[in-house]
Every structure is written in structure tokens, then in C-alpha cells.
Design a protein around this ligand. Structure first.
Ligand code: 2IT
Length: 447
């Protein structure tokens, strides 16, 4: 297999799908050498098959807004790969959602889910619906309309969606309600990220951020370092940034920045628990403005319009918002300001030029599919609880999450250790995730 040749074919076939091509290229370059040491992969054309989804559903979502006007959105579910288990992955509601975005996210999910140690295939879905400024009633009607199509594609043992950008506990609740009504099936395991009183994992809301901090702890330990007193810049203020901020405080780090589409809030003397709680209020307001934090806590947060979190001096950068949110110029600014570690918590949060710049400047860098896998891993634990009709205490879920993040870190080290002793976490994560899926595909025949 030659990564460049496969990429040329993909470019020709899917020229418009920039994000998907970016995600595919990173994986193909990482796995090229090890793939070519396995003739059984080449014989089974694993790479040609793994880059095409099993199937894609697209559908119209029509709903009525508060003014009585009809709105029309596009809904999707990309079922990418089922080699190691039922399809699993989030739903994203965002005006920029398109097939390229969901194919990149579904593709990433294959390897991420494989890294979790749990049996889950890869999928992603969503809609080009913009939650900003929508009322609770509009959110409910949209979620219900979306589910009137999606329900036929999913099921507790076939495909299990969850939240992503724009989809949290409230949306999962509305979608589950409509699923239950349409399917006349009362198995809560069809969606994860549910409310804690009706089958949700106690720790799912925190899990992506907590898992990322556990991964970071493992990375720092490997590097002979510690998180205590380190300045951490986070981007976003949504569910993922919230969990990361909570755990940073608990472990003795200091959050120095959060951000939003409107700009950055520099946090003076670290974020407080009250401010972390306020992130939830800001999110549920659907205003999407980080300036609200500075308005509420003027002595603690200084807002600058139009700037990113990467303009604030820090030791460790944690992108927690959106793909490609950290550019090569941002990486240069971070490094010039003394940043020496970056863990992607968002999916593909760093542009390829930023990753190259970090790696060539000896900045510890780890990719989203390893760092943020605690979210989907906890979804996997939620599925297990639902299938067994029981609930686990938060401590039990947390212990399992700790173990999973440690295992993911070990897998990255195993496959990413370079001749000079350093660890290429991008290569390590991609190879470790790929090997399991490729082996399963070979064993299951040509499909
Ligand atoms: O990107 C992700 O891993 C998620 N949005 C979570 C997916 C899940 O099924 O919990």
C-alpha cells in the first residue's frame, strides 16, 4: 500500500470532502509501514475498504419554529465500520455540518473506539441545525423531527448514537422519547448520554474532559513531569471544556483561559468552582458567547474580542472546541509564549501544520482520538449497564475510566515509541486503533 496513491484516489473521488481527506491522510501515513509488513492486509484490500463507510443515510428534517414558520434541515447518519462491534458515535448539530465533516468524524471514531478496549464500531451523525438562539420548544421539536427518520437506522445492538457539539443531555432526552414512541421498544441502550435517573451513566457528562486529563496525567508521568501548578489554556466552554476544567482544578492545575466564537476570557488566578458551574448556564442559554463569563465575574475573567485561547500564556494547551481550531500560527504563538504540551480534546482540533510545528519543536503532542476517547468509552460503559439492567456508582465508572485511559496511553506508547526514545502519539494512536480493526476485517472476510 502506498499512502500517497490511496490518497490520490480518494482526492479524485471525494474532492469536496476536505476534512475527511485530512483525517484519512493522517491515518494512512501513520499506518503505511506497519501495513506493508502484513501481506494479509494488502491481500484483503483493508485500506481501500476502511476508507469507505459501510453506508450513509441522509434525510430531510422539517419542523415548525416558534413563529409558526416551517424550517427545513438536513439530517445524516454515517455508519462507517462495524468490524469490532455495533456502530457507535455522536450526533452533531451545527450549521456547518455536512457530509465531509461527518465522514471525518465517523472515520476518526473507528480508531478511537478501537482504542477504548471496548467492542464498538465507528459512526457519526447529525444535522445542519443551529441551536444558537433556539428556544427549548424549538429544540424539542427539532429533535423529535430528526428522530422520526433516524429511528429506523439505529438500535441498541446495531447503532448507538450519543451527543457531540450542539447535542447534550437535553437533546438526548427529547430524541430518546421520540425513539421510544416510534419503535415501541423500551431499551434505553439505543442512545448514550441519557439522564442519570433513566439509564444514563453517572459520569458521562464529565467523562470526555476527565478522560482527557487522565490521559494528560499519564503523558506527563511518562515525560517525568507533573500537572501541579501548570497553566492550562482551554478553548470552548461547552461540555468538554467544562469537564476538563473541573478535573484540572481537582488535580492542582490552573485554568488560565476559556474561549468562544466571540473571543477569549483570560482567567485571573485560576478558574473557580462557581465559574465552572456558570459554564453550564452559559451553554444552556444557547447564546454561545464566552463574554458572559467576564460579565458575570469581572474581577476574575478578562474578555478580549476576536482572540483565541492560544493567545494566552500557558504551559499546556487543550483544544476542546472544534476541528482545525488551532492553526500553525497559533502553534507558533503558543510555543513562543512557553507552551510545551498540547493534547487535542476536540476531534482533529489541530491543523496538520500545527501538529508538525509542535512535533518539530519538541512539544509533547497527543491526538484527539486518544485523548478524548474517555467520552465514548463511558458511553460504552453506559451500554453495558443498560444491557445488564443495572447502574454503577460514579466511583465505579471513574475507576473504569482511569483504567481505560491508562490502557490507551500504553497502546500509544507501544506503537509510537521512536528509535530516539521519544513517543509519536499520533502514530501510536493510529496504529494501535487500526491493528485491531484490520485484523477483525481480515477474519470476517470480504464485505
Ligand atoms: O467524538 C466523540 O467521541 C463523541 N462525540 C462521543 C461519542 C459517543 O458515542 O459517546
Amino acid at each position: 500500500m502506498k499512502a500517497a496513491e490511496i490518497m490520490a484516489q480518494l482526492q479524485a473521488k471525494h474532492a469536496e470532502e476536505k476534512e475527511f481527506l485530512q483525517a484519512a491522510e493522517e491515518v494512512l501515513i501513520s499506518i503505511e509501514d506497519i501495513y506493508n509488513q502484513h501481506p494479509e492486509f494488502e491481500k484483503a484490500r483493508i485500506v481501500e475498504r476502511i476508507v469507505e463507510p459501510d453506508r450513509i443515510f441522509t434525510f430531510r428534517v422539517a419542523w415548525v419554529d416558534d413563529k409558526g414558520d416551517v424550517q427545513v434541515n438536513l439530517g445524516y447518519r454515517v455508519q462507517f465500520n462495524s468490524a469490532i462491534g455495533p456502530y457507535k458515535g455522536g450526533l452533531r448539530f451545527h450549521p456547518k455540518v455536512n457530509l465531509s465533516m461527518l465522514k471525518f468524524l465517523g472515520f476518526e471514531q473507528i480508531f478511537k473506539n478501537s482504542l477504548t478496549t471496548l467492542p464498538m464500531g465507528g459512526a457519526k451523525g447529525g444535522a445542519d441545525f443551529d441551536p444558537v438562539g433556539k428556544s427549548d420548544g424549538e429544540i424539542m421539536r427539532f429533535c423529535q423531527a430528526f428522530m422520526t427518520e433516524l429511528w429506523k437506522c439505529i438500535g441498541p445492538d446495531t447503532d448507538v448514537p450519543a451527543g457531540d457539539v450542539g447535542v447534550g443531555g437535553r437533546e438526548i432526552g427529547y430524541m430518546y422519547g421520540m425513539y421510544k414512541k416510534l419503535a415501541r421498544e423500551y431499551n434505553t441502550g439505543v442512545l448514550t448520554g441519557k439522564g442519570a435517573t433513566w439509564g444514563g451513566s453517572i459520569l458521562r457528562p464529565e467523562a470526555t474532559g476527565y478522560g482527557a486529563l487522565y490521559f494528560l496525567e499519564n503523558l506527563l508521568k511518562e515525560a517525568g513531569k507533573d500537572i501541579k501548578g501548570k497553566k492550562i489554556a482551554l478553548s470552548g466552554f461547552g461540555n468538554v471544556a467544562w469537564g476538563a476544567a473541573k478535573k484540572t482544578n481537582e488535580l492542582g492545575g490552573q485554568v488560565v483561559a476559556i474561549s468562544g466564537p466571540d473571543g477569549v476570557c483570560e482567567i485571573i488566578d485560576g478558574i473557580t468552582d462557581e465559574m465552572i458551574d456558570y459554564m453550564l448556564v452559559m451553554r444552556s442559554s444557547n447564546r454561545n458567547k464566552v463574554q458572559d463569563m467576564a460579565d458575570k465575574f469581572p474581577a476574575k475573567a478578562k474578555f478580549t474580542a476576536g482572540k483565541k485561547a492560544w493567545s494566552v500564556k500557558c504551559d499546556i494547551a487543550l483544544p476542546c472546541a472544534f476541528q482545525n481550531e488551532l492553526s500553525e500560527d497559533d502553534a507558533k504563538e503558543l510555543v513562543a509564549n512557553g507552551c510545551w504540551c498540547c493534547c487535542e480534546v476536540s476531534n482533529m482540533g489541530c491543523q496538520p501544520g500545527a501538529i508538525k510545528y509542535f512535533q518539530s519543536n519538541k512539544v509533547y503532542f497527543a491526538p484527539g482520538k486518544a485523548v478524548n476517547a474517555g467520552g465514548v468509552a463511558t458511553s460504552g460503559l453506559e451500554m453495558t449497564q443498560n444491557a445488564a439492567h443495572l447502574g454503577w456508582a460514579g466511583e465505579e465508572v471513574d475507576a473504569k475510566l482511569h483504567f481505560i485511559m491508562k490502557s490507551i496511553h500504553e497502546a500509544c506508547v507501544k506503537y509510537g515509541r521512536q528509535a530516539d526514545g521519544t513517543i509519536d502519539y499520533v502514530k501510536g494512536a493510529n496504529i494501535a486503533g487500526f491493528m485491531k480493526v484490520a485484523t477483525a476485517m481480515v477474519e470476517q472476510g470480504v464485505l
